[in-house]
Design a protein around this ligand. Structure first.
Ligand code: GRF
Length: 225
C-alpha cells in the first residue's frame, strides 16, 4: 500500500507510522509527506527517514488552486492509494477528496461527534473535556469527506480521564493512545481488513472486518469486545 501523509505540526503520529514501517510491523510505503507549514516538524522527520518532504501552500505555489494542483499531481505521480492526515490543520481541497474518494483518513484527538466540528481541534478538545468534567475521552480515526469531522468512523478507543487531570495531562494520555492506534488502522488498510468502497454514501465509505475490530478492542480489555 502506497500512502502519502499531510501534516502541519510536530509529526509524532507520522514518526510512529514510519517506525512501524521500519520495524516491519506495517507493510506499507510512505511515498511523500507534505505540509502547508514550512516549519512543521513532520517535514524534518520525513527528511530524516529519506522520504520526499514537500512544503505546499498558496504562498509557495502562488494560489490555493495551484497548491491543490501540485498536491494532486504528486498523488497521481506516486500512485497513492491512501492519504493520511496526521495533524493537518487545513481542509483537504475538494478535488483531492474527489480524486481519492473514500481513501482519505484522519485522526482526531477526541471522541466524535461530541467533541468535533469547528473549534474542536488540538488542545481545544482537551480543554473542553476538562471543562465538562468528562470521565472518558478518546481517539477517533475516521474517513474524511467534504464535511468537517463527519466522515465514517473507522476506530474509536477510549481513554479514562484521571481525577483532576488538566487539559495538558489529558492531551498526553490521548496522544499515547493515538500512537498505538493510527498505524494499526493503516495496517488494516494494507491487509484488506478495511476496504474503501465506491459509495457516495458517507456512512458506507469503507467496509470494516468485524474480526479486525474485535482484535483491536481486545487490546483495551475484555469489556469492550
Ligand atoms: C494529534 O493530536 C492529532 O490527533 C491531531 O493533531 C495532533 C498531531 O500531533 N489531529 P502530531 O503532529 O502527530 O504530534
Amino acid at each position: 500500500m502506497r500512502f502519502a501523509v499531510l501534516a502541519s505540526g510536530g509529526g509524532s503520529n507520522l514518526q510512529v507510522i514510519l517506525d512501524r514501517i521500519h520495524d516491519g510491523a506495517l507493510p506499507a510505503e510512505c511515498v511523500f509527506v507534505a505540509s502547508n507549514n514550512s516549519h512543521a516538524g513532520a517535514l524534518e522527520r520525513a527528511r530524516v527517514a529519506r522520504i520526499p518532504a514537500h512544503h505546499i501552500s498558496s504562498k509557495t505555489e502562488g494560489s490555493e488552486e495551484a497548491a491543490t494542483a501540485k498536491l494532486l499531481a504528486l498523488l497521481e505521480k506516486n500512485s497513492c492509494s491512501l492519504l493520511v492526515l496526521a495533524g493537518y490543520m487545513k481542509k483537504v481541497p475538494v478535488p483531492v477528496l474527489q480524486h481519492l474518494r473514500n481513501r482519505v483518513v484522519n485522526i482526531h484527538p477526541g471522541l466524535l461527534p461530541a467533541f468535533g466540528g469547528v473549534g474542536h481541534y488540538g488542545e481545544k478538545v482537551h480543554e473542553a473535556v476538562e471543562k465538562r468534567g468528562c470521565q472518558f475521552t478518546g481517539v477517533t480515526i475516521h474517513m474524511v469527506n467534504e464535511e468537517y469531522d463527519e466522515g465514517q468512523i473507522v476506530l474509536q478507543r477510549t481513554v479514562p480521564v484521571p481525577t483532576g487531570a488538566n487539559a495538558m495531562a489529558i492531551g498526553r494520555l490521548v496522544l499515547k493512545k493515538e500512537h498505538d492506534s493510527y498505524w494499526r488502522v493503516l495496517k488494516a488498510f494494507a491487509e484488506g481488513d478495511i476496504v474503501p468502497t465506491e459509495s457516495t454514501n458517507p456512512s458506507q465509505a469503507v467496509r470494516i472486518n468485524p474480526e479486525w475490530l474485535k482484535s483491536i478492542r481486545a487490546l483495551d480489555g475484555p469489556s469492550l469486545q
